[in-house]
Design a protein around this ligand. Structure first.
Ligand code: ATP
Ligand code: MG
Length: 563
């Protein structure tokens, strides 16, 4: 599928509080050129929540002729890996965006950040503290009680410089000392109560190796990296709202080359889904899913593998808008965006997932014919193809009932139905095995109904999809459902207990129209009457595998209609 025609599909005049702010900053000259950044921590794969941040940061840059950088927030060497860096780059590109210049890294600025930490010490605005993590927490106070000064808060500039240098030189073990900004232990904002800005971590870093054994915290690295890169609007999620005073304090108290501003927007949350990287990591590490790109995962790579187009994710995100109030979205809205897009773009094919053999007794033995089939009724340009028809075909087991109620409009003994693009058939006999299981149907066809209409004007109520036995391709088809049964799985620590045991169903021996073998991994298609599907990268020519992206029924449209 062609995913290159992107970056421009947001409505030209999208209005939200961030875009309004950018518009006014550009209009009054506060900002000459907009610069944003997408700052993932490379400790996992990107998920659909990140897609919201990607679409916002890259989206505004393209709408306002600005620049968006990709910056890896790689300040914690304990959890970060090259595999994640590579996957993040691939996923951002697949989403349809290209960052300005080479990818940046917070670690590119470690020298500068160190110098700025020294600058704070020299100006009496930072000190080395010997309290351990627990003591620091206890001294910090609570929302209702002010914090208490650390006994080390009064250290002289000289002593602090000496200790910080020795921290850097590796003289102390992990956790023995930290560097803290000296701000205000009685601030109403706990983030301002002398936040830790450097910690000791004796761990090799994927990019800087063993050069450093002290690393800046997120708060110290982030705003300063923004300033170095000339970021004008630093867009992040609401949980950083309380960090903004610290962000501003650091920008004001350091000789940084620019004054970026931070703006916060609501995170994306989805029902039946966990989006915390810690929890997604647990699902992968404990083997509850088959890797980060398992099609049941809410990761961008999982969605891609399931067959969800990037354009549908962008559409979904743009419908949500950018606000300041947290909400949880029904994934049925994403499904709706996917269906709306694929209905227009996906070619139709026939595939039988649970095959039941049908022998058409009055069709000449040993013969067959090619029939015209429309590729996409929504798109004339998609043209037609030929499908093979013959004496033996497969239909869906569900499309036959021996004792059918009146309202069952599919096949039953003595009843007539239409085979899509082919003929009317009537069931004349049911063949069973020793244990009474139906293994085959006998039918007759009416040669006058070729193409699907009876010249005498008689009607049938049902139209079935089918595949000719002569050249059917055997395939595996994987069906997916919500990964969790709990609509809010993330609220409990024991969220794995709410995993849906039926989230994956694997069908083998499915019968496909052979033209499905011409599709590539990543192409979307509709299996008529069954849903949208995509070829899985596990496929080989001998053993193709297809994922069900989505069924055809749109529950979101129904929810909207009833509300
Ligand atoms: P987690 O809390 O799951 O570990 P994170 O926020 O730490 O995720 P980062 O890699 O730091 O993940 O995120 C990169 C960017 O994506 C940040 O600017 C972050 O605010 C944004 N982001 C992360 N999750 C969401 C979400 N659910 N909705 C919108 N933006 C998000
Ligand atoms: Mg983060």
């Amino acid at each position: 599928m062609n995913e290159t025609e992107t970056q421009t599909d947001a409505a030209p005049e999208t209005r939200d509080f961030i875009r309004e702010r950018i518009r006014s900053d550009l209009a009054d000259g506060t900002t000459d050129q907009l610069v944003t950044r997408f700052p993932p921590e490379p400790n996992g794969y990107l998920h659909i929540g990140h897609a919201k941040s990607i679409c916002l940061n890259f989206g505004v840059a393209s709408e306002f002729k600005g620049l968006c950088r990709l910056r890896f927030d790689d300040t914690n060497p304990a959890k970060e890996e090259q595999e994640f860096i590579d996957a993040i780059e691939e996923d951002v590109r697949w989403m349809g965006f290209e960052w300005d210049g080479a990818p940046r890294h917070a670690s590119d600025y470690f020298d500068q950040l160190y110098d700025w930490a020294v600058y704070l010490i020299e100006n009496g605005k930072a000190y080395v503290d010997d309290l351990n993590a627990e003591e620091i927490r206890a001294y910090r106070g609570t929302l209702t009680e002010p914090g208490k000064d650390s006994p080390y808060r009064g250290r002289s500039v000289e002593e602090n410089l000496d200790l910080f240098t020795r921290m850097k030189n590796g003289e102390f073990p992990d956790g023995a000392k930290v560097l803290r900004a000296k701000i205000d232990m009685s601030s109403g904002n706990i983030n301002m109560r002398d936040p830790v800005i450097y910690r000791i971590v004796h761990k090799s870093h994927p990019r800087t190796g063993d050069t450093w054994c002290i690393y800046p915290t997120y708060d110290f690295a982030h705003g300063q990296s923004d300033a170095i890169e000339g970021v004008t609007h630093s867009l992040c999620t609401l949980e950083f709202e309380d960090h903004r005073p610290l962000y501003d304090w650091l920008v004001e108290n350091l000789p940084v080359p620019a004054s970026p501003r931070q703006y916060e927007f609501a995170r994306l949350n989805l029902t039946y889904t966990v989006l915390s990287k810690r929890r997604l990591t647990q699902l992968v590490q404990e083997g509850h899913v088959n890797g980060w790109n398992d099609p049941r995962m809410p990761t961008i790579s999982g969605l891609r593998r399931r067959g969800i187009p990037a354009a549908a994710i962008r559409d979904f995100v743009s419908r949500l808008g950018v606000t300041k109030s947290d909400s949880t979205v029904d994934p049925a809205l994403l499904d709706h965006c996917v269906r709306e897009l694929l209905n227009k773009t996906a070619e139709r094919r026939m595939a039988v997932l649970r095959p039941l053999k049908v022998v058409i007794e009055n069709y000449p033995d040993g013969e067959g014919e090619n029939l015209d089939a429309v590729n996409n009724p929504e798109d004339d340009a998609a043209g037609k193809r030929q499908v093979r028809f013959g004496r033996e075909i497969y239909i869906e087991r569900d499309d036959f009932m021996e004792d059918a109620p009146k309202k069952f409009f599919r096949l039953a003994p003595g009843r007539e139905v239409r085979l899509r693009w082919a003929y009317f058939i009537t069931c004349t006999d049911v063949i069973k095995d020793d244990v009474g299981e139906i293994i085959e149907l006998r039918c007759t066809y009416d040669p006058a109904t070729k193409g699907g209409d009876a010249p005498d004007g008689r009607k049938v109520k049902g139209t079935l999809h089918w595949v000719a036995a002569e050249n059917a391709v055997d395939a595996e088809v994987r069906l997916y459902d919500h990964l969790f049964t709990d609509p809010a799985p993330g609220r409990q620590e024991d969220f794995v207990s709410t995993l849906n045991p039926e989230s994956l169903e694997v069908l083998t021996g499915c019968k496909l129209e052979p033209s499905l073998m011409d599709f590539e991994v990543g192409d979307a298609m509709q299996f008529e009457r069954l849903g949208y599907f995509a070829k899985d990268p596990d496929s080989t020519d001998a053993a193709p595998v297809f994922n069900r992206t989505m069924t055809l029924r749109d529950t979101w449209a129904k929810i909207q209609a009833n509300s």
